[in-house]
Design a protein around this ligand. Sequence first.
Ligand SMILES: [Zn+2]
Length: 148
Amino acid sequence: MSWDPTRGAPDAPAAPQPILAGLVRGARGRCPCCGEGRLFAGYLRLVPECSACGAPLGRIRADDAPPYFTIFLAGHLLLPGVFWVERAWQPPMWLHMAVWLPAFTIACMLLLRPVKGAVVAWMLRLGLTGDEQGAPVPVAPPRGTGDA
Ligand SMILES: [Zn+2]
């Protein structure tokens, strides 16, 4: 089975929205197209291509979008707690920093990878496969006999 940007996953359920399925697969660290191959080769580095369907995942450049969405999510998850603690107990600023800075760091580290996976799935869905940025094409065997 090879990657085709115009088809859905072969084993996708009949009706669910493909974009949502792709986002969930990406967030789980799986290929957004087939859900079988791995998406990451490290903490944040993408595999060159899906081992199951051949989707060109490594050429997708998410750039600053995953950190942006990660900071947005972490802020909305933790800031209500910061404000609630401040209003309830008014702890000293050093205690806020000692508690909340590590909490934000841990939250961002835990969220960044799934957010990047979802962003990559979203980009793949939009057709942003790296061609639009002139990303280098992976080395492929030469076509034909070379008599040209
Ligand atoms: Zn795949």
